[in-house]
Every structure is written in structure tokens, then in C-alpha cells.
Design a protein around this ligand. Structure first.
Ligand code: PFF
Length: 448
């Protein structure tokens, strides 16, 4: 890392920022949505197996590339493997960042609308049908979804303007713990609802008759999406991590926190969904429609609801920051564009695609192909295709091109840390991860 390059100020700051990237709408909106559509318990089990088995090693592989290369995904790989074509992996990441940002900014915009709705008491004493209709009406509004989406991306750009230490690190360190606290309060409340037993059974009792190639691929995609791996976000953050930090414990903390929040979200949402008669397969609106119902049943629900959606917006923000930072670091370091100009370019390109995602959710939208909206396409294309492919090439690069000596050297901080599990981790990166990812793809191709 060059001396004048910005970076995280402390290990806790690095963990908070990486956890901030990982924890987001993927945990609270996308995870319950997919678990609901893919049969609940069996999906959760496959998801957890992938996260625990592959998540930590792949995350370490990304941090390794970033910290050793000291740059954005393309630049870091160029440093590690000069004059080769491996840096194409970095370009897949840049593409993925735009694809994810497009639909993610749509959903992020919803969080702002819901803060507004909560503050103006829209949800008070409403039945679920009215709340669901409110969501549809909002998506059909010619103005509001775009307004929020633009404001949200503006906020993202604003924090990146402030830099890594003073922007990204400072904000995430305060907000992530607050999100935890409120999620736990919600969890306690949700468990007292009438549908708690049924909801928990749905989430935790695996029904393997529901499992097919699609479910496994969805779990793989969600695991990578949720952990922010496979597209270089954590390569970029890795480049800001101090040489003294322990990459293994940092990864472990991030994976644990991320998985904990996803499960917590499930424990909050499914009992409530069963209580209020919302189908688990309800899709996009599942989290957004069920949560206000729980708040409405709580003492102080009005305030909790506002605070919750503010925190959800912040969780989304710490993720969009990490996505945009991939693009900004790339444009400024590889193309010599000024950081501030790079922020504008990245934001506007992301919004361009983002607007089509938002438009595609209108009831009368023309951006629907077959029964897939452009929004769904961007969601599935990134999580189920780009991220697994990115992760596949990342592990191949680390294990087969860079090799174990370089990897061990970096993760043990030049042999100053004792790490008995390093061989095991490298074994997963070299063999298990590529085989599992390829097998899931082949299985999907054969069965479709
Ligand atoms: N991990 C984020 C979430 O779960 O909401 C989404 C995300 C952020 C994916 C950054 C990929 C990424 F690089």
C-alpha cells in the first residue's frame, strides 16, 4: 500500500466495513425472499453449509489478493501476476458491481419510502391487504421510486467522497451495532406472535422434496451475494486492510455476523408472515410488507418502525458504498480519472441501469421478458452467474496461479501469526471450492 493511499484505521474498522458490505438487503430482504420461494428449511441448510464451508476461505482469498496487491481488483491482480491476462477476473467484478448496483439501488430506494411511510403513520391499523396494495401502488408511481433511488445513490456517493477512514469506516462502525440491537428486539417480538411455531418450522425444518438444481444454485448465489464475495468488493476492501490485521479472524467475524443477521431476519419474518397470512413465496414484498405489521402490534411500534427502516437503509448504504467503491477505485487507479469524477461516473452509470430495474416493476411495464422482469434478470444474473463465476476464477487464480507459499505468507503476516488451519483453508480454495461451484453449474445445466 502506498503511503498516501487511504485505508482503514483499525482492525475493528476493517471488520465493520467488510461486515457493512456483507450485511445488507441481501440478509434482510433477499434471504427471506429466497428461503420462502425455495421451501424454507432445506434452502437454509444448503445455504449455511455453503457459507461455512466455502465462505471463509473464499473471503480470505479475496482479502489476500487485495492486501497483497494493494489496489482495486484489476490493479491488484496486475501487481500479483504482471503481464498476464488474469486481471480479466477483475473486469468481471466491475461488471458485477454495476449489475448488482442497478437492482440494489431500486430496493434501497424502498427503504427510504418506508421510512417516510413509517414517519407519516401510513401503516397504523392497516390490514395486510392494504399494506401490500401500498407497495404495488408505490412501484407504479411515476415519480417516487425514482426519487428515492436517486437520493439513495446520492448518499452513497456522498460518503465515498469523504474517503475510506472518514467516510466508510466512521459511519459503519456506529451503525452496524445499532442494527444488531434492533434486530434482536424485533426477533423477541416476532417469537411471541401466534404464527411463531409455524414460521420457525418453515425456516428450520428441512423438506428435501423441495430441493432441486434451482434451489442449490439459488443457495450458492445467495451465499456469495450475502457475503459480498465473487466480484472484488472484498479485494478492494482488502487493499485498505492494515498489514498487521489477521485476515482469517477478520473473515471469520464477517461471515459469522452476516450469517447471524440472515438467520435473525428469517426468525423475524416467517413467524410474522404466518401470523398475518402472507405467503412465504410472496417474493419481493415479503420483508417490506410483514415488518410494518409486527411494529403495528408492538408498544412503541411507531418509533421502532422508523428506526428500523433507517437502519435498514444504512445497512443497504454500507453495501452500496462497497459496490461503488469497486468502480471508483478501478477508474481512478487504472485509468487515472480523479476520484471525484470517478464517483460521478460510477453513480450515473449505475443509476442508468437502475432506472430500468425500477421501471420493470410497474404493473404495465414493457421491461419484462417472458415472466422475468429486468429487475429479476439483474438479480439472478449477478447472484447466480456472475458472482459464482467470479469466485471460481478467484480461487483458481489464488491456488493454481499464485500458489500456497504466497498465500501462506500473506495470511500469516509474513510468518508472524501462527495459523494451524492454513493448509486446510488452502485445500478448500484449491480443490473443494472450484469442484463445488462447477458441480452446481453442471447439475443446473443438465437438469434444465
Ligand atoms: N452483501 C450485500 C448484501 O447482502 O446485501 C450485497 C453485496 C454488496 C453484494 C457488495 C456484493 C457486493 F460486492
Amino acid at each position: 500500500m502506498s503511503d498516501n493511499r487511504d485505508g482503514f484505521g483499525s482492525k475493528l474498522g476493517a471488520i465493520a466495513a467488510a461486515a457493512g458490505s456483507a450485511i445488507g438487503l441481501g440478509n434482510i430482504y433477499r434471504f427471506p425472499c429466497l428461503a420462502g420461494e425455495n421451501g424454507g428449511g432445506a434452502f437454509l441448510l444448503i445455504y449455511v453449509l455453503i457459507v461455512l464451508g466455502l465462505g471463509i476461505p473464499i473471503m480470505m482469498a479475496e482479502f489476500y489478493i487485495g492486501r497483497r496487491g494493494g489496489k482495486n481488483p484489476v490493479g491488484s491482480i496486475k501487481v500479483l501476476s504482471p503481464k498476464t491476462k488474469w486481471n480479466w477476473i477483475g473486469y468481471i467484478g466491475i461488471l458485477a458491481a454495476f449489475v448488482v448496483l442497478a437492482f440494489y439501488s431500486t430496493v434501497s430506494g424502498w427503504t427510504l419510502e418506508y421510512i417516510y411511510k413509517a414517519a407519516t403513520n401510513f401503516f397504523a391499523d392497516k390490514d395486510i391487504a392494504t399494506i401490500e396494495q401500498g407497495f404495488v401502488d408505490f412501484n407504479n408511481n411515476p415519480f417516487r421510486p425514482f426519487l428515492w433511488q436517486f437520493i439513495f445513490m446520492g448518499l452513497t456517493a456522498f460518503i465515498i467522497f469523504k474517503g475510506i477512514k472518514e467516510g466508510v469506516e466512521k459511519y459503519t462502525k456506529i451503525m452496524m451495532p445499532a442494527l444488531f440491537v434492533i434486530l434482536i428486539i424485533l426477533c423477541v417480538k416476532s417469537l411471541t406472535l401466534d404464527g411463531a411455531g409455524e414460521g420457525l418450522k418453515f425456516l428450520f425444518k428441512p423438506d428435501f422434496s423441495k430441493v432441486d438444481g434451482n434451489v442449490i444454485l439459488a443457495a450458492l448465489g445467495q451465499a456469495f451475494f450475502s457475503l459480498s464475495v465473487g466480484m472484488g468488493a472484498l479485494i478492494t476492501y482488502g487493499s485498505y486492510i492494515s498489514k498487521k490485521d489477521n485476515l482469517a479472524t477478520t473473515s471469520l467475524s464477517v461471515v459469522a455476523a452476516d450469517t447471524f443477521v440472515a438467520i435473525l431476519a428469517g426468525i423475524i419474518i416467517f413467524p410474522a408472515a404466518f401470523t398475518f397470512g402472507i405467503q412465504p413465496e410472496a417474493g419481493a414484498g415479503l420483508a417490506f410488507n410483514t415488518l410494518p405489521m409486527i411494529f403495528d402490534k408492538m408498544t412503541g411500534g411507531y418509533f421502532f418502525c422508523i428506526i428500523f427502516f433507517i437502519l435498514l437503509a444504512i445497512a443497504a448504504l454500507t453495501s452500496t458504498i462497497s459496490l461503488l467503491e469497486v468502480v471508483v477505485a478501478f477508474l481512478s487507479e487504472e485509468h487515472g480519472i480523479k476520484r471525484n469524477t470517478a464517483i460521478w461516473i460510477g453513480t450515473l452509470v449505475a443509476l442508468f441501469f437502475g432506472v430500468f430495474c425500477t421501471l420493470s416493476l410497474r404493473t404495465d411495464s414493457v421491461f419484462v421478458f417472458g415472466n422475468m422482469t429486468f429487475f429479476d434478470f439483474m438479480d439472478k444474473f449477478s447472484a447466480n452467474i456472475l458472482l459464482p463465476i467470479g469466485a471460481l476464477f478467484i480461487v483458481i487464480f489464488v491456488a493454481w496461479k499464485m500458489g500456497k507459499e504466497s498465500f501462506y505468507d500473506e495470511i500469516t503476516n509474513q510468518n508472524t501469526l501462527k495459523m494451524s488451519v492454513k493448509k486446510f483453508i488452502f485445500f478448500i480454495i484449491k480443490y473443494v471450492a472450484p469442484i463445488v461451484i462447477v458441480a452446481i453449474f453442471i447439475n443446473q445445466i443438465i437438469n434444465n
